[in-house]
Design a protein around this ligand. Structure first.
Ligand SMILES: [Zn+2]
Length: 265
């Protein structure tokens, strides 16, 4: 019998599912292999040596053996455990939201190196814990760009006329902003303030270092979150599980029960 072929890759652990008594199926987001799913044997046993290196939200160097269906993890070493993301529930929820979006918007084995870089950079930014809402909006916009759903913010997506500095509309089904005239024919569109449009454009066309200087008030912050949420939900045609979880967290002041359940997130 020939030995199974093995390979090694960097990976961010983006999802885990229980399998049998002590195993898990992991979704790994990698720089050059895209998303891969692999079996990690025995990692739910308390004494598993690999478990710590294969926790959700960990950046690891993973060795795998090719299998007929799923590959199997045969070794792993932590590159960055992103501890701050695991020790603060708010940061945990934000980072889980980011990895869930990557999971939902990608197919298996589809290389997207810029997306890997974006996710890694986002996890570093989230660890710093300041301006995280803007970090998430930036992440959403650039993720959409990298998976082929870049929203059109430069001109009216329908009549192509330049947008005036007045309240326009965002239309998820049209994939961008509509001028007031065009939005009259669009049932499913939302008002978009001048400032919200400015911020979205700014986020879309700058890098993390530039946008970290930006300060916005809570009202605008909420408007941006809603616009992006509606668009993402439209695209996914379903609730983003972690987004709902973020809302729950906001409403609750005591979250200890959730923490105890963290294993099955
Ligand atoms: Zn128009």
């Amino acid at each position: 019998m020939s030995k199974p072929r093995t390979y090694q890759t960097e990976a961010i652990i983006i999802k885990k599912i229980k399998l049998g008594e002590a195993d898990r199926i992991l979704s790994l987001y990698t720089p050059h292999l895209g998303k891969i799913r692999a079996v990690a044997k025995g990692v739910r046993r308390p004494r598993s040596k690999m478990a710590g290196h294969l926790e959700l939200l960990t950046h690891s160097l993973v060795s795998l053996a090719r299998g007929r269906n799923l590959d199997t993890v045969i070794g792993s070493q932590t590159i960055n455990s992103f501890l701050p993301l695991k020790s603060d529930l708010r940061l945990t929820s934000q980072a889980l939201y980011a990895v869930e979006l990557v999971d939902l918007f990608t197919a298996d084995n589809d290389e997207n190196y810029p997306l890997f870089q974006l996710l890694l950079e986002t996890m570093h930014k989230l660890c710093q814990g300041n301006n995280n809402e803007l970090t998430l909006r930036y992440f959403e916009l650039h993720l959409l760009n990298l998976v082929g759903y870049r929203p059109q913010l430069g001109q009216c997506v329908s009549c192509r006329s330049p947008l005036k500095a007045i309240t326009n509309s965002f239309s998820p089904s049209a994939g961008g902003v509509l001028c007031p005239r065009c939005s009259q024919n669009q049932f499913y569109s939302y008002p978009l303030s001048v400032n919200a449009l400015k911020v979205l454009r700014f986020l879309q066309s700058n890098d993390y270092d530039t946008i970290s200087q930006l300060k916005i008030g809570p009202e605008l912050c909420q408007e941006l979150e809603e616009v992006m949420r509606n668009y993402l939900q439209y695209l996914l045609e379903r609730e983003v599980k972690s987004a709902a979880w973020l809302d729950t967290l906001r409403e609750q002041t005591r979250q200890t029960a959730l923490l105890q359940d963290k294993d099955d997130i």
